[in-house]
Design a binder for this molecule. Structure first.
Ligand SMILES: [Zn+2]
Length: 258
C-alpha cells in the first residue's frame, strides 16, 4: 500500500523537503562547515544523518539527495548491522561526507581508558575504507554516559579529525532534529547543541518547509534519521508505534533524572 501524501516522515515528504531546500539554500558538509572560517555561504543547509541502524535506508536517502544535488554528512555507528563498507563507499561516491557515530563511553560503561582505545580502533575501520574528517556522538539516551565527555580528557584533533557534530557547531546554527516525531520535540533528552538556548520548533515537516520557503532563517542545521522516513504504510505504522513506546519510556526517564 502506498502512503498518503498527507502523512509525515515519508520519502514523499522528504522529496518535498529536498525540493524546497535545493531552491533556496547552498549545501555544505560538516567538514566544510568546520573548516570554512569566515567563508561560509550566506544561506546554507548543513544536513546531517545519523545512521543508528538500517544502512539501506541511508542509501535510499542518499540517492534522493543526489538527485537534488544535495551533499550531506552521514554518521555511521560501528555495529555489525550498521557498518556496511559497500554502502558507506557507495554513499561517499555520491559526494556525501562520511563520519563516525561514536558511542565508546557508553559501550565501556564510562571507562575512559578503554573508551579511547575502542574509539581509535573503530576510527581505523573507517580510515581503511573512506575519508574521515568528522565525528558525531550517538545520543545513547538509555545510558548514564554522555559520549561527548570523552573529549574532556582527550582531543579528537590528535586523531586526524577536524570536528565533532555537536561540539564544533557554532551558536549561530539553527538546529532542527527529527528525534521524537516532529522537529525539535520536547521528548529528546540529549540531542541539542550545548550552550544554545535558541530552539525553533517546527511541528511538522510542512512547517519546516514553510520556514525554508520564507528564507527568513539564514541557515538550517538539520539532523534527520533516514530510518524514520518510510516508503510504505506497514513500515510507517510499525515505526510510529515503536517510536510512541520509546518516547513514553523517555518521558519516564526525564522525570526520574530530574
Ligand atoms: Zn545515534
Amino acid at each position: 500500500m502506498l502512503l498518503s501524501k498527507n502523512l509525515d516522515f515519508t520519502l514523499y515528504k522528504f522529496r518535498q523537503l529536498c525540493s524546497a531546500m535545493e531552491r533556496k539554500y547552498n549545501f555544505i558538509t560538516m567538514d566544510e562547515y568546520v573548516t570554512a572560517g569566515d567563508k561560509l555561504p550566506k544561506h546554507f543547509v548543513l544536513m546531517r544523518h545519523d545512521i543508528d541502524r538500517s544502512p539501506k535506508n541511508a542509501l535510499e536517502i542518499a540517492s534522493i539527495e543526489e538527485e537534488f544535488g544535495i551533499r550531506a554528512t552521514y554518521y555511521f555507528r560501528v555495529n555489525k548491522d550498521t557498518f556496511v563498507p559497500e554502502i558507506i563507499q557507495d554513499i561517499e561516491k555520491m559526494g556525501h561526507e562520511i563520519g563516525y557515530h561514536y558511542e565508546t563511553l557508553s559501550k565501556t560503561n564510562g571507562d575512559i581508558g578503554k573508551a579511547i582505545k575502542l574509539f581509535e580502533k573503530d576510527l581505523n575501520k573507517f580510515k581503511n575504507i573512506c575519508n574521515i574528517k568528522t565525528i558525531c556522538m550517538h545520543g545513547a539516551v538509555l545510558s548514564r554516559y554522555d559520549n561527548r565527555d570523552l573529549w574532556k580528557y582527550y582531543d579528537f584533533r590528535n586523531f586526524g579529525l577536524v570536528g565533532e557534530a555537536y561540539l564544533s557547531a557554532g551558536k549561530n546554527l539553527n538546529y532542527f532534529t527529527d528525534t521524537g516525531r516532529g522537529w525539535n520535540s520536547k521528548t529528546n533528552l540529549r540531542d541539542f547543541i550545548p550552550g544554545s538556548n535558541k530552539r525553533i520548533i517546527a511541528k511538522t515537516t510542512d512547517d519546516l518547509i514553510k520556514l525554508i520557503q520564507n528564507s527568513e532563517i539564514t541557515n538550517f542545521y538539520i539532523s534527520l534519521h533516514p530510518e524514520r522516513w518510510k516508503s510504505n504504510f506497514v513500515n510507517w505504522s510499525l515505526y510510529w508505534l515503536q517510536d510512541f513506546a520509546f518516547n513514553s519510556g523517555k518521558k519516564v526517564l526525564t522525570v526520574v533524572r530530574k
